[in-house]
Design a protein around this ligand. Structure first.
Ligand SMILES: *[C@@H]1O[C@H](CO)[C@@H](O)[C@H](O)[C@H]1NC(C)=O
Length: 304
């Protein structure tokens, strides 16, 4: 079921059960600095995630993997360490899981941390992608999370909304997260259209997913995304995010951070500086470029 969507589903997620059930939540430590190994890892991930100025299938898989590691339990690396990747609901992730598992071993870092770092890196690597703060210090687990919790690509809007609410995510957070389908392709929801993107620019992080899903112009639309776009709770949010990249980013970034620490407790170390574009000047330049693309009709037209 849900598995089918290669990367894409991830956006729907979740978050926060832990905030509801535990008094102690993950907190950022200011005492420690990010280990230099994360800068080396970042260099390796850029080679995997960026090709010809666009983000790659591996980047798409990394974004989806972050959701799949966390939403059915905690962000604990069990996606890889308990081989959840071989489950049908994670179809399409095996190669990425192998790559990240090897990289974690080679570099001596935690798998749960690497999965979340890779997702933040991938989002940043997709042209137009926001800087999502990422921290390190999760505990790994080799105990598999239950199957059947991840959202189905065929879910009705009310089921999606209820599922996310049960994990502590609002409708706004749900709709913001699902925008990660901006860079997604589907492989098995309709196998005869395997590889079909969910918007016309799957190599870029942009708002076309919202506009095209709402209008029915996307190359492929998941039934669940269509249902959410047409629902009374989701419709206006699709319109808002289609119109405003800034509104989407300001909803997406905190929702993604929340997702990335589901079920995570204790002190974490901020490693955002190890992400690409992590220096102030590069960040500003990239954002300026993104704004130009977003607001220039000529350049936007060129993308279509
Ligand atoms: C898959 O897509 C093809 C081509 O658009 C369509 O004819 C077919 O009905 C679709 N199958 C399903 C199960 O939706």
């Amino acid at each position: 079921m849900f598995s089918s969507i290669l990367l894409a589903i991830f956006p729907i997620f979740l978050g926060t059960v832990q905030a509801l059930t535990a008094p102690v939540v993950a907190r950022q430590s200011t005492a420690n600095s990010c280990p230099i190994v994360w800068t080396e890892i970042s260099t390796t991930l850029t080679q995997l995630f960026l090709a010809e100025g666009q983000c790659t299938d591996a980047a798409r898989a990394a974004i989806r993997a972050a959701f799949h590691d966390c939403f059915n339990g905690a962000c604990d690396g069990s996606l890889i360490l308990a081989n959840e990747c071989s489950n049908t609901e994670n179809r399409g992730l095996v190669r990425l899981c192998d790559s990240l598992g090897s990289l974690a071993r080679d570099k001596g870092v935690g798998v749960a941390d690497l999965i979340q770092f890779a997702a933040a890196h991938a989002i940043r690597t997709c042209p137009g992608g926001p800087a999502v703060p990422v921290s390190i210090g999760r505990k790994d687990s080799n105990v598999a999370s239950p199957m059947g919790i991840l959202p189905s690509p065929f879910a009705p809007a009310t089921a999606l909304i209820d599922l996310f609410a049960s994990k502590g995510f609002s409708v706004t957070e749900l709709v913001a997260l699902i925008g990660a389908h901006s860079t997604a392709r589907q492989f098995s929801v309709n196998a005869s259209l395997s590889g079909a993107p969910l918007d016309s620019s799957p190599g870029r992080w942009d708002t076309q997913f919202y506009a095209e899903t709402k209008s029915g112009r996307a190359p492929f639309t998941l039934p669940a995304d269509k249902a959410l776009a047409e629902s009374s709770a989701g419709s206006e949010l699709f319109e808002l995010f289609a119109e405003s990249r800034a509104a989407w980013a300001s909803a997406f970034v905190p929702a993604m951070v929340k997702l990335s620490v589901m079920g995570v407790y204790g002190d974490l170390v901020d490693c955002s500086e190890a992400l690409p574009g992590g220096t102030w000047s590069r960040k500003v330049r990239r954002e300026a470029d993104g704004d130009r693309r977003e607001h220039s009709p000529k350049q936007v037209g060129g993308l279509l």
